[in-house]
Design a protein around this ligand. Sequence first.
Ligand SMILES: [Zn+2]
Length: 529
Amino acid sequence: MKELRTEKTRADIAQAILRLEGNTYSLVNYPMFEGIFNTPADRIVMRSGRQVSKTITESANIILDTSLNPYYPVIYANSSSKQTQAFSSSKLDPFLIQSPVIYKSCMKAAHVINNVYSKRLKNFSEIHLSYFSESADRVRGTTGNSIYLDEVQDMLYDAIIDAEQCLSAARYPKFTYAGTSKSMLSALEYFWLQSSQNEWIIPCEGCNKWNRPYMDIIGKHGIICKKCGKSLNTYKGRWYSFSEEDEPEIDGFWVPQIIMPMHCQVPSKWAQLLSNLEKYPEHKFLNEVMGLPIGEGSQTITEAMLRGMCNENLPMYQKRCPENSRNAMHVAAGIDWGGGTSASRTVLSIYAVYPEKPKFVKIFGKIYDAGEPSKHVEDIAYWVRRFRVIMAFGDHGGGNFAMSQLRSMIPDIRVVPVMYTEQNRPYRWDDAAARYTVNRTIMIDSFLMDIKQNIVEAVRWEDFAEFAVDFLNVFEEIIGEKSGIPRRVWRKYPEKPDDSLHSMVFGWFACRVLSGMLDFTAASPSTSI
Ligand SMILES: [Zn+2]
């Protein structure tokens, strides 16, 4: 195998050692995948249509990583458990078991493990399989040299950044992102826009025009030249970068169905594609066939809704006083800790709590844009004391260290971590870890419902406006269509902050706990009122 590695490309090696269903794994009808196998880039994004064999390409790459390198851990995550299980049993296992070279050299030893979520080869390389969309807590703590993320359009950008920490100890970390774009605002599209943006361009053998793979080359019997109408030979195509950056950080490949020989060279498949063009809604054709994004997700939170929450007679005071907390039974705080991405900041929100009304009024807030994180914790401890807060809830995800630091500074105040998860129940108290785990979608939904029902109030708009910006960076999206269990989630544009929203959600949750109001509805705020 050493010999193979020095003389041949990665695509050659894949074809030499992998077999599927009794046949050699061949790229003859997948010429575009050679470039993807052979890229020297350590970050790759594959933005593709459905049914273009992107998943089998990922599987082949994982097998190469682990079979050619001993002690090499790989992490694979899809956006749902169902799809991860399917990948493990119908994409990885066939390569491992049906390729004689791999089977003999990697799978026959007492210490070999072949489970759905975990595989260990004879050479002690490992494949850890997991899934996430809202929070990377299931993957956190796993160590890897390369990470493969599939159905990235259904993953929250911050969770991806969190998951990438699993590679922080790797000498040569490798990242592969794959998926089928839906909206322009997904993490997949964000990676794509930073990438080399390679398109499979095909020369016309009639007029020599190079054609890009857009809708205007879809002909009656296959792909045709945009200029002269002559049919195009996709085998003559090549990757061409349309990035305006000199050295993009990611090598990106756009793989629409129409360039794949299995679609454009097979009459029955092409007829199917044309029929889909007729019967699919435009967005579905663009997403699933062309692998292109469309639309920007629906924005539920509007400036009008936020202005409606603000009490114009209530300025933001720098201390607790009768004007901002007369007759309040408690004062509670919420903190979202910055970190993870460059856009993320630490934000503090303080509420006056009136359980009997019920009403929760955000009377103070602070955004920590720059400076030393430990100084932020000190400052938060100062404000929490000054406002005589009795309970502070903070995000557990990136801020565990900050939470314990804060707790040691204010030991007499209840400081409780809250962790966003994908669990079914709205909230759960985890006694062993002394924290709440909450369903992210349900919590944000319920918080917004409380705003709409005037249970949540805030200081006047003039003082609230700097926090409002973050609310406008989030939107609703439907994910998981492919796994058959579609659900609605909250997403934000990558690299735009949403911390003010979450600090208010955590503080509001503390208000609810103090008021004994632990019934949370899962209704969408966009449809309920
Ligand atoms: Zn032409």
